[in-house]
Design a protein around this ligand. Structure first.
Ligand code: IMP
Length: 421
């Protein structure tokens, strides 16, 4: 396989970092093609604890080269901090991290506008990470973005910034914010450029040669398929497309070069921010608490619910997922009974995810199948046959409902706590 995509099939936080870390050993390149520093996971290994938002997680494999594609929006301060923390741990970053000059910059006004729009929308807010993602992608689409390649030309960048501040300051002030000063931003961004210049390189020849030389690429999608602006629960979505096909535009990978799409799916489901989560357990029970999580990088609470085969079937087939990597099965070990959502009812009739908009999805009644739990520690299982019968049945039931083979089952956070079937 020369190009493999790792794709979250739910609303993000499926454990893609773990899947990438487990699989990356056999690859030459890892790459990001969408999103920005709204993504994030904590990597714990022998070198320390790292909060990674932008650098592909393959960086921990010494011979790996890491590409940040044109489809990613970059907050330079965050990227510099990340690279610094890697360098301090003795990880070589020069000639290993490559940033596309086509990638757009997150500017200070994007972060301010993100917050102001959210506040203006009140109860209808998306619940964004407030990192400027939506406004940065909106500027890209409306031809108002600033890119790394603009920063290479001081005058061009200063002129463009002046124009944008003329526009953005009017909106910021109208919404009750403070106008921004161009000189300060100019100095800041020139400094970022000086620091990151050694990493900026057009990716096309690197990727084109890599494909020709049969190098192996592992592409990490950020967020999850259900946060896609078109196929997710709009407007409770993110600013860039999260589908596997985004790798073509967001990195420069021909569609025919993609030969494997691995869907990462959690054995239950979580969602952070606004929007429907049909299988959410909304009460204060111990079960509800057990399925909630605290986001590693923002500290926000992720709402939790039972596995939803309706949405995972949809996102897996929409993206052409070949195999599933099922994560966090061990979390379900604490329950006597486990529920699996097999479909929805809307106004008393069976309905599919794709029949409904985000507001209708809030009103569906999930149809559940209840299965017996296994109530046993499974974190040391390394072969499928090591799992208790009920756990194996659970995996097989999910596989049947989603109709995609489950090739890997993760039973703990460590790299080794993974079963290959
Ligand atoms: P934004 O991407 O910051 O604009 O946020 C839009 C929506 O996507 C919000 O509901 C966020 O909570 C959600 N979101 C963005 N990135 C992630 C992620 O990496 N994991 C889970 N949810 C995310």
């Amino acid at each position: 396989m020369s190009v493999t995509i790792i794709l979250g099939t739910q609303w993000g936080d499926e454990g893609k970092g773990k899947a990438v870390d487990y699989l990356a050993g056999n690859f030459d390149f890892t790459a990001r093609f969408n999103g920005g520093n709204n993504a994030g996971h904590t990597v714990v290994n022998e070198l320390g604890t790292f909060k990674i938002h932008l650098v592909p997680s393959g960086i921990f494999y010494p011979r790996m080269r890491c590409l940040i594609g044109n489809g990613v929006v970059i907050d330079p301060a965050v990227l510099i901090e990340e690279i610094e923390s890697l360098k301090q741990a003795g990880i070589k970053t020069e000639k290993r991290i490559f940033i596309s000059p086509r990638a757009h910059l997150i500017m200070p006004y994007h972060k301010i506008l993100d917050g102001l729009y959210e506040e203006a929308k009140g109860a209808g807010a998306t619940g964004t990470t407030r990192r400027g993602i939506g406004p940065a992608f909106a500027d890209k689409t409306s031809y108002n973005g600033l890119r790394w390649s603009d920063l290479a030309d001081e005058k061009l960048f200063a002129d463009k910034l002046q124009t944008q501040l003329g526009l953005k300051n009017k909106i910021i002030v109208a919404l009750g914010g403070q106008p921004l000063d161009s000189e300060k931003i100019l100095a800041e961004y020139r400094g970022y450029y000086a620091t990151l210049k050694p990493y900026i390189a057009e990716l096309y020849p690197i990727i084109e040669k890599g494909l020709r030389d049969k190098k192996k690429f592992l592409l990490e999608q950020a967020q999850g398929a259900l946060l896609d602006p078109d196929w997710g629960t709009y407007p409770f979505v993110t600013g860039s497309t999260t589908l596997a096909s985004a790798a073509t535009a967001g990195l420069g990978i021909p569609p025919r070069a993609i030969d494997q799409i691995i869907g990462v799916t959690k054995a239950y489901i979580t969602r952070v921010g606004g929007g429907a989560l049909p299988t959410e357990i909304k009460d204060e029970s111990a079960t509800a608490k057990a399925l909630q999580e605290v986001a590693a990088t923002t500290g926000r609470i992720r709402r939790g619910g039972w596995f939803d085969a309706e949405v995972v079937h949809f996102s897996a087939h929409l993206n052409g997922v070949d195999a599933l990597f099922l994560t966090k099965l061990d979390i379900l070990s604490q329950f006597d009974e486990i529920k699996i959502c097999t479909g929805y009812k809307f106004n008393g009739k069976r309905a599919h995810y794709y029949d409904l908009n985000a507001y209708q999805l809030e009103q569906v009644e999930p149809v559940f199948r209840t299965v017996k739990g296994w109530r046993q520690d499974i974190t040391r299982a390394r072969k499928f046959s090591d799992l208790p019968l009920q756990a194996r049945r659970y995996v097989e039931t999910v596989e049947k409902l989603v109709d995609v083979p489950i090739k890997w089952v993760s039973v703990g956070p460590e790299r080794e706590a993974t079963i290959k079937r």
